[in-house]
Write a protein that binds this ligand. Structure first.
Ligand SMILES: N[C@@H](CCC(=O)N[C@@H](CS)C(=O)NCC(=O)O)C(=O)O
Length: 219
């Protein structure tokens, strides 16, 4: 029985794991949770993805950070490339983990909290939305300041940190971050455009466009 990576096209966190499986041509079946809900829900009661399972060998992983590590360390055959992606010193490895963990927790949650109500994905409440904006602005400032001084998040090349954070920012760039937004965040935009062209994720991003207009709050 093959290993299965569960994902859903509407979700952000599985973007990088799916790209890694494709890039490394891993012998893993990529399955949409909606096409296999009974088995998925039985084995993953939280019904969250990405999740990785081989029902024969007992391989069972949840958490994007864990799945990304597993995929790279198992399927990337070049040890130098593994170091390039995951860091080549203890400090770099820790920094990659820091940004990756941040991206699938605070970054994504605060981004969805701010952008989601503008797109109808979540209910809109004026005061709650103002607070969500304040919180996400802090996240944005962290990245804008960092990327003003650095080409990439950790090293002088793309690491898993860049892949993970840029895929979290996809939610914003897809639904809200238009050209005007980019004028306010030129370094995030420059970095996002560069990282999303990286061969690891280019296939996914090649037909994705930046939002044409920032959505306005419902009247
Ligand atoms: N802690 C998990 C969270 C996974 C997660 O929440 N995934 C979202 C998709 S991006 C999901 O499956 N949401 C459906 C739900 O929570 O019902 C991780 O970092 O991978």
């Amino acid at each position: 029985m093959t290993t299965i990576l569960y994902y859903a096209p509407r979700f952000i966190r599985p973007i990088v794991p799916v790209c890694l499986v494709k890039y490394f041509k891993a012998d893993i079946q990529i399955v949409d949770i909606d096409d296999d809900m009974e088995n998925f829900a039985r084995d993953f009661p939280l019904k969250q993805c990405p999740s990785l399972i081989n029902r024969e060998t007992g391989l069972y992983l949840t958490e994007t950070v864990s799945i990304d590590q597993y995929l790279i360390k198992t399927y990337c055959k070049d040890p130098e490339e593994v170091k390039r992606l995951l860091g080549s010193s203890i400090l770099e490895e820790s920094e990659v983990l820091r940004w990756e963990s941040f991206s699938v927790s605070d970054v994504l949650n605060k981004e969805v909290g701010y952008v989601g109500p503008l797109t109808g994905y979540m209910p809109y409440d004026k005061d709650a939305h103002a607070q969500a904006k304040e919180k996400f602005d802090v996240v944005l400032k962290i990245f804008e300041d960092h990327l003003k001084k650095h080409q990439f998040l950790v090293s002088d090349h793309v690491t898993l940190a860049d892949l993970s954070v840029s895929s979290s920012f996809f939610f914003g760039f897809n639904f809200a971050f238009d050209e005007n937004w980019s004028k306010q965040y030129p370094n995030i935009t420059r970095w996002y455009k560069e990282v999303t062209k990286s061969p690891y994720v280019a296939e996914f991003f090649k037909d994705k466009e930046q939002a044409k207009a920032f959505p306005q709050p419902p009247k």
